[in-house]
Ligand binder design. Structure first.
Ligand code: NOJ
Ligand code: CA
Length: 586
């Protein structure tokens, strides 16, 4: 896409509204997720910024990605790193200015790269003027933008209105100081949930979306979108209570019927008037059937839905108290999860594909191995890239960055979610050793260490020490500059593989050729095939040891391979640790 003048943009809108949904740009894109704070610091204050992204657009173009999801950059007190917005119409000064964003859109478009902004619309910051007004004046319209409810009184104490537990390990309610009221927050207490049942509130969000779409952004990643509708009866959740009497039941605030109505209206009023892409985040709790209702090309409201079913298949999630050696990727369920989503969605909806984002462990540490870093990183890319959908890669994945290895739990406290988790684990009697090993596997900080650009101090990310310390392994060749020089690096493999994914024949095959898992019961190998005019097959050993895989096909080409030589005897492949192929079959 070129730089758009008003006239061209209007033309583009008309074109897109009449165009074939199968041509939608995200179907032909490879996405890349940027976590702004940790990507690149252009003014050396220790914090990544828009200038840093601008300076690396050529790098991203060379890598071959063409759809950036940029983490939240609106004004924010940064309780949850920008997901707590205090002004949607201002850019966080730590990241730059509105003029910087405008330049970013223009420069990215000039390179054929589109931009999705992260849009937190389930909550604001408690420092947002709406919330401040709501606190001061219960008669104000803004009071109706949030969920205030009277608490229960027991033994002279005020207790929350119900027993809901939020995502960050605390009650989902916080008491308003000097009042008998509480407000709802399903994330941190500095992130009050907004009330989408209120039409004036919805209008506010429509206006914000129009503001950025008019500036030329190509769409949004809709943060926490599954939670926009709540159980407005606010009745207690049933189920197992924790030691504080709280129940974690996300169905009270996830994928409720009104969500579909809200998003349909958002589409009618705003989204359908722009050539934009919207990717809803529906963590942990959405079924493929509900995702299809949201993203159906004919009647849905948004373009795609991120699900979490495939990102925690190794038993990492909730593994506090377990030992590393007991965490083993369940390859069978990983395959069946991908296929469950594919089977429900592929004819009617587009799907994003990803292994990692700023909320998950690094993918080599989770599904791969730091011992077989190169092999496993390449295998994981090959496995993901040719499945049905739009791949989203996470910054640093392309050089095989691994989890943080901080020395004590407090080093992880810059993430409010992790901090609350640790406090909860301590309350539950886990030892510091158990907590630390859990953090090394699971903390959201693992993916938030600064991007490793070269082997100079702070990995070339900044001249000032960043808030989250860099991973020391940047000195061991795990950085962009060193990997550029190594023809067998993960980075060069990524570049080559992404170029293949963009090949029109391969892209067509991946999106339209029927996909099936080959040998679905193989416990160690993830293998699949796209049938049709051109047959493609991926075979990936997901284990750190040698396994065997029976193979009855005729190979036309080896398009990608992460090891030297091929061991195939009498229809049996001997697959070395993390060995992986993309093959064209006859
Ligand atoms: C999902 C985001 O990815 C996560 O980082 C954030 O904490 C929550 N939504 C709340 O906005
Ligand atoms: Ca900076």
């Amino acid at each position: 896409m070129c730089i758009v003048t008003i006239h061209e943009r209007e033309f583009a809108i008309i074109k897109v509204m009449n165009s074939n949904p199968m041509d939608a740009f995200w179907r032909h894109s490879v996405g890349y997720i940027i976590y702004p704070e940790s990507f690149k610091d252009s003014n050396n204050d220790g914090i990544g910024d828009i200038g840093g992204i601008l300076g690396e657009l050529d790098y991203l173009r060379e890598l071959g990605v063409n759809l950036l999801w940029i983490g939240p950059i609106f004004a924010s007190p940064m309780d949850d790193n920008g997901y707590d917005v205090s002004d949607y119409y201002a850019i966080n000064p730590k990241y730059g200015t509105m003029a910087d964003l405008e330049r970013l859109i223009k420069e990215a478009h000039a390179r054929g790269i589109r931009i999705l902004l992260d849009f937190p619309l389930n909550h604001t910051s408690d420092e947002h003027p709406w919330f401040q007004t709501a606190l001061k004046d219960s008669e104000s319209p803004e009071h109706g933008y949030y969920f205030f409810r009277k608490g229960k009184k027991a033994d002279g104490k005020f207790l929350p209105p119900n027993n809901w537990k939020g995502f960050f390990a605390t009650s989902a309610w916080e008491r308003v100081p000097d009042s008998d009221e509480f407000y709802l927050h399903i994330f941190s207490k500095k992130m009050p949930d907004v009330n989408w049942a209120n039409s004036a509130l919805r209008e506010q969000y429509y206006e914000i979306a129009r503001f950025y779409l008019d500036k030329g952004v190509d769409g949004f990643r809709l943060d926490a979108v599954a939670h926009l509708a709540k159980d407005l009866s606010f009745s207690d959740a049933m189920g197992k209570t924790d030691r504080d009497g709280l129940v974690y039941d996300t169905s009270k605030f996830s994928n409720r019927p009104e969500l579909f109505t809200y998003l349909h209206d958002f589409k009618e009023q705003v989204l359908s008037h722009y050539p934009c892409c919207t990717v809803g985040e529906a963590g942990g709790c959405i079924s493929p059937e509900d995702a299809l209702r949201l993203a159906d090309r004919e009647n849905g409201s948004i373009s795609m839905v991120f699900n979490f079913d495939t990102v925690w298949n190794n038993g990492n999630y909730g593994s506090i108290g377990k030992r590393d050696e007991d965490i083993v990727t369940d390859v069978l369920s990983l395959k069946s999860n991908f296929m469950r989503w594919y089977n429900v969605c592929h004819e009617k909806a587009d799907m994003p594909l990803y292994w990692c984002n700023h909320d998950h462990p690094r993918v080599v540490s989770q599904y791969g191995s730091t011992t077989y870093r190169k092999e496993s990183a390449k295998m994981l890319l090959t496995t993901l890239l040719f499945l049905y959908g739009t791949p989203f890669l996470y910054n640093g994945e392309e050089i095989g960055m691994s989890n943080a290895t901080y020395a004590k739990a407090e080093d992880y406290f810059t993430d409010v979610g992790t901090k609350n988790d640790v406090l909860q684990c301590r309350k539950n009697g886990y030892t510091e050793e158990q907590i630390l090993s859990y953090l090394h596997r699971c903390s959201r900080l693992n993916a938030r260490t600064p991007m490793q650009w070269d082997d100079s101090e702070n990995a070339g990310f900044s001249k000032t020490k960043p808030l989250n310390a860099v991973n020391d392994n940047y000195r061991d060749g795990i950085n962009v500059l060193d990997e550029m020089k190594d023809p067998y690096s993960i980075l060069n493999f990524y570049q080559f593989a992404i170029a293949l994914r963009h090949d029109p024949i391969i892209n067509d095959q991946v999106l339209n050729g029927p996909l099936s898992i080959v040998d679905p019961n193989h416990p160690d190998v993830f293998a699949y095939m796209h049938d049709g005019a051109h047959k493609l097959m991926v075979i990936s050993n997901m284990r750190p040891y040698q396994v065997y895989f029976t193979f009855y096909y005729e190979i036309a080409d080896v398009l990608l391979h992460n090891c030297e030589g091929v061991v195939l005897n009498n229809h049996v492949f001997t697959l070395r640790p993390y060995e992986s192929f993309l093959l064209r079959l006859r």
